[in-house]
Unconditional design. Sequence first.
Length: 247
Amino acid sequence: MKYYEKILDLKCFTLQDVISLVGGNQNTAKSLLRQYMQKGYIQSVKRNLYAAVSLETGMPVAIPYLIASCITPTSYVSHRSAFAYYGYTNQVSYEMTVSSDTPFRKFEFDGTTYRYISSRISAGVEKDGMIRVTDKERTTLDFIDDFDHIGGLEELLKGLEMMPYLSEDKLLHYLQLYDKAILYQKAGYVLEHFQESLKLSDTFFKVCSQRKGKSKRYFSSSMAKNNMVYNGKWSLMVPRDLLYISE
C-alpha cells in the first residue's frame, strides 16, 4: 500500500500519472496498476483511466463530475450536466454530458453514462478544484443550442427559472465566438422570457436582433409543427406558449 494514499489524492488518473508517481518506470507503474486492481484499491473507468477506491466504502472516491474532467486532457462538464453541477435542475440523471477537443466513445462506469459532445469554442470553461465545467453563461447558450438532443426544452426552462443572474457581456462574447445567426435568434427568444429575473438589459436583445440574420427558422426540430406559431421579432417558428412547457 506504499502508493495508495497518493493515489487516493489523485482520485482519477491515467497510466502516465502512475508512471510519474513511481519515479518514471513504466513497467513498475503497470505492475502497480495490476496489483492494486486485483486488491480492489482501484477500478478501471475506461481504457487508460482509473479511479481510486475507498477501503471504507468499497466505492470510487471520484464523483462523476471529476471523472468527466479526466476523460481526456481537455474534457469538461457541459450542457445539462453543467446545469446540474450548479444546482439548476431537480431531476436525477445518470448521463453525464461531457465536451472535449478530443472525441471519445460513450461509456458507462459505476451506473453513470458519459456522453461526448464536441467543443465548438474553448472559452467559458472554469476550474472548480479538480473539476472543469462550463460557466453559467456558456452552459445556457450550449443548452439553448442543443436542447433538442440533450436534456430537452422543459429542463432548460426550469433551469433558467432557478438561475438568479447572467452576465450579458459573457453571453455576447460567447455568441460572437459561436457566430451562428440561429443561436442569436434562439437565445434572444428564450432569454427574453427571463429578462427581468436574469437582469438582462434591452441592449442585449437589440444586439441579438441585429445579428440574427434574415432567414426564417424553426426554434425546434423535434416539436410538432401544428403546435408552433411564427414570431416575427425573432423570425422563428416557436411554441405557442413557451413558458407553459415548464409548468
